[in-house]
Each structure stands twice: as C-alpha cells, then as structure tokens.
Design a protein around this ligand. Structure first.
Ligand code: 5RP
Length: 238
C-alpha cells in the first residue's frame, strides 16, 4: 500500500474500489452493507446487479444504509434471520500497512463491527487518501454510554488524546443504539492493540473504531488503478 503517489479524484477511486469488491459477490450470498460514501457506491452497484437478476440479501449497518439499499431494490434481513453473513463490504477512515483500521467517521462503528464480526469475510474499500503509515491522524471514534461520558472523557484525555463530544455539549450526536461518540485525536497511535484493550476495559466504553485483525481484503482505488491486498493466512491455518 505505501509508496504510491498518483491520485485521481477520490470519488472515482471509491467507485473503482467498490466495483472490484462487488464483483466478488455471488448469487445467494448474505451481504453486510457498510455505511459511508464508499460503501454507498458498492450498494448502488449491488442494486444494479440485483436488477440484472442477482439474488442476495443485505444486512444494513445503519438506517442511512437501510434506506439506500431499499431504494436500490436490495432485499434485507436481520442478523437473527440468517446463520451468518457471507461477506461484508464497508469503507474506512484510515488503513495502515498491517490492515488495521479506524472506522466510525459516519457514526455507525458499533453496528459495523457487529456485522463484520458475523461475516465470513470483511472487504474494506477506499480511495487512496485513506492509506496511512500509522493510525491516529483521524480522530478515533469511541462509543460511550451517556451516563459514563465524563469519566470516560477524562480517562481518554489521560491517555494523551484531545477528546471532543461529537455534535457538541448542547446537541450531542446520538447513535441508533442510544450512545454518544467521543472523537479522540491521538495524532499517532503507537500501539493500536494496547489502546483497544485499554479502552475496552474502561467502564462505559461500548466500542471503538479500531478494527484490528478484522479486514480480510483491502481494495484501494488509486488514480485509475485498483489494488487488492489480502490478509495473510495465519501460520497454523491449513
Ligand atoms: C462509517 C464508517 C465509514 O466507513 C468511514 O467513515 C468511511 O466513510 P467514507 O467512505 O464516506 O469516507 O466507518 O461509520
């Protein structure tokens, strides 16, 4: 991923990446539908394939995505209706060389992580601006139970981040599950796994936008090219 410089428009790169991922969807699959502008490109392309006869069922990760998928004619199911999700296609805010991600810029991180975890395969699609050497320039979204807002904010500030309540104190953004989001500007996250563990152990933290060891494939649009990166199989896997 690193070391490439030529750029096209971000929108064109998103479409290219989305198109490559959508090619991997087969008849009969249950497809996790991500949230955000890049995932929306994939949903529109999936909708075109559904109109051409592809039979899939989608699991939306947000209400915005549910509405778009409905407009695109994609039949939808809930996680309780299917034994598992075959593949999820979603975007990301940052992607590092180890395929670790920051997600949640669109506020859907919790459901995105739940659907991704229920999926046989997670494909992340993005324009080239999302590729970074080190996570952390994008403020890390942390989803919090409202009652715990003050102590969680203080705890994260002690870790060295500048912490902002999404939407502001007067009109905080409330997730579909009734939580708040703290956007935590760490600038550089030296050890994403350690930070994820620390945050997960903080009472009141519901989840974070760190998606570690979850992406199976990353598809990046860069200028007029698409590059695909696969997660190496674990050594003890057949
Ligand atoms: C939403 C997300 C999005 O996937 C992420 O913010 C990327 O969005 P976009 O494709 O619009 O750049 O995590 O919660």
């Amino acid at each position: 991923m690193p070391g490439e410089t030529a750029r096209g428009s971000a929108e064109a790169e998103k479409r290219l990446a989305a198109a490559r991922a959508v090619e991997l969807v087969r008849d009969g699959m249950v497809v996790g539908l991500g949230t955000g502008s890049t995932a929306s490109e994939a949903i529109r392309l999936l909708g075109d394939r559904v109109k051409d006869g592809l039979r899939i069922r989608g699991v939306p990760t947000s209400e915005v995505t549910r509405k778009l998928a409905r407009e695109c004619g994609i039949p939808m199911v809930g996680l309780g209706d299917v034994p598992r999700v075959d593949v999820t296609i979603d975007g990301a805010d940052e992607i590092d060389p180890q395929m670790r991600l920051i997600k949640g810029g669109g506020g859907a991180l919790l459901r995105e992580k739940i659907v991704a975890s229920a999926s046989g395969m997670l494909i992340i699609i993005a324009d080239a601006s999302k590729v970074v050497q080190q996570l952390g320039a994008f403020p890390l979204p942390v989803e919090v139970v409202p009652f715990a807002l003050a102590p969680v904010k203080r705890a994260i500030e002690k870790l060295g981040a500048k912490v902002v309540l999404r939407g502001g104190d007067n009109a905080p953004y409330v997730t579909v599950d009734g939580h708040f989001i703290l956007d935590c500007a760490f600038k550089r996250i030296e050890e994403p796994e350690a930070l994820a563990a620390t945050l997960a152990a903080t009472p009141g933290v519901v989840d974070t936008g760190l998606f570690l060891g979850m992406a199976d494939m990353i598809v990046i649009g860069r200028a007029d090219q698409v590059k695909t990166y696969k997660r190496p199989k674990a050594q003890n896997q057949p």
